[in-house]
Design a protein around this ligand. Structure first.
Ligand code: FES
Length: 106
């Protein structure tokens, strides 16, 4: 199992546990994390699952595809460490990861 901590824009922290192999978005939605709306269900078409991945985890979640970068570009809240949670697959190596949710999604 993989433990992930979500930090809201108000500083609220929620740690969830999910199996490796599921998406970060699925881990959030299944545990009722505020700020991960996932309107498109995980097909990289809404950008309502944006997270800011804290260092050092950002280097470990892989590189965003061109499609994901384009979706992030449609938001007005993109940062250098932005990713779409539906495009990150959890692995045991990500155990302990911390991500923030944008103010616009809360
Ligand atoms: Fe829609 Fe991630 S859930 S882009």
């Amino acid at each position: 199992m993989v433990n992930i901590t979500f930090v809201g824009d108000d500083g609220t922290r929620q740690t969830v546990e999910a199996p490796a192999g599921v998406s970060l978005m699925r881990a959030a939605v299944d545990n009722g994390v505020k700020g991960i709306n996932a309107d498109c269900g995980g097909i990289c078409a809404c950008a309502t699952c944006q997270v800011y991945v804290e260092a050092p985890w950002f280097a470990q979640v892989g590189v965003a595809s061109e499609e994901e970068q384009a979706m992030l570009g449609f938001t007005n809240s993109q940062r250098p460490n932005s990713r779409l949670a539906c495009q990150i697959t959890l692995t045991e190596a990500l155990d302990g990861m911390v991500v923030q949710t944008p103010e616009q999604q809360t």
